[in-house]
Design a protein around this ligand. Sequence first.
Ligand code: ADP
Ligand code: MG
Length: 344
Amino acid sequence: MEIEPAAGGTGEQAQAQAKALWPKIAAELDLPIAGARFRPLQVNSRRQDWRSVLLITLPQGDRFVLRADFGQSPSAHFSANLDRHRAAASGLQALPGVSAPAILWQHLERPIYLMAFAPGDTAFRALEATTFGFGDRATVLRRISAAVAALHQVSGVGERQFWPKPFLVRVSERAQALRDRQIALPRRNKFLGLCALLHRLARAARGQSFDAAVEHGDLHLRNLLFSDTEGAEAAEISFIDFSNHKGIFPQRDLATLWLANCPDHLAQEGQTPGYGLVARADWAAFEQGYGADLVSDPVFRFFFALRLYKSWLLLAQRSHPPDAKTTQLAERYAQVFEALLAEE
Ligand SMILES: Nc1ncnc2c1ncn2[C@@H]1O[C@H](COP(=O)(O)OP(=O)(O)O)[C@@H](O)[C@H]1O
Ligand SMILES: [Mg+2]
């Protein structure tokens, strides 16, 4: 079947294109074609013109998720990332309560695949719900980090030493570009301070041994599904949207989890802030579930600061001069930076 990109189209167009694939996929999987119901799942509004994630329900009640990218040219890494998803799914099979949905069908040339449906809400919503009195925040965090520990365990590639040089080269280049006014960032001087801090944190982490594991690659809380039909302690956690096949720093996944949606997971009013302005109680629960002392691990500290740096750099892609939201984000990033500085 030919697939034309939904150039400049609407979300509906991408969804219609995805639906049109169903007869072919169903035929290849020996599933009934007729009577399937389609419901779009939420994708980032910036991507909805060319990405569709569809929940497909068959007449007998079986459910699948079809994820399709139509816009971009197929990424060279797509197949490798999907293989990485498959490897994680098979590795996690032996472990109770943690999984990745099985990949059931894959387009030969394009980033389009069908998965098993993973029930539940995103871990983002599960954590948010605890602020409204549904469930216990520490329990949810412990379950999340225990699941991530399981993922890293089955993705292990042995002990390695940490050599930060390639990261530092890039940090220095960006800092220079900022000084040369090739890029513009809000709270520029603080950002340069963060670049300097990264060099010092790298020195402390240099040569450190760590248990290397193939990363998930985009481990924020909307890429974890959390089904807690029997209470958070017994929740089934599924990982989706893998986007890495060769990075091997589990610490980078952990930093992403806390900072990809920054400031969403920072200490709220009434909570005592700890490392990097994440609540102290959150660190305690998270470290307990993961089974490691993270905030005193020099490699983790490096990657935590590096994730902050990455988010900050992304502000360069927002409007100029910065709008209120961008200014507000930079303000929060600067506060996290100050907190990291105080921990040195
Ligand atoms: N296998 C699945 N089972 C249930 N829900 C899913 C599944 N895959 C994706 N989703 C839902 O669709 C959303 C978007 O899917 P995702 O693969 O993360 O795409 P995106 O790149 O847009 O983040 C997820 O946050 C999740 O809520
Ligand atoms: Mg996602």
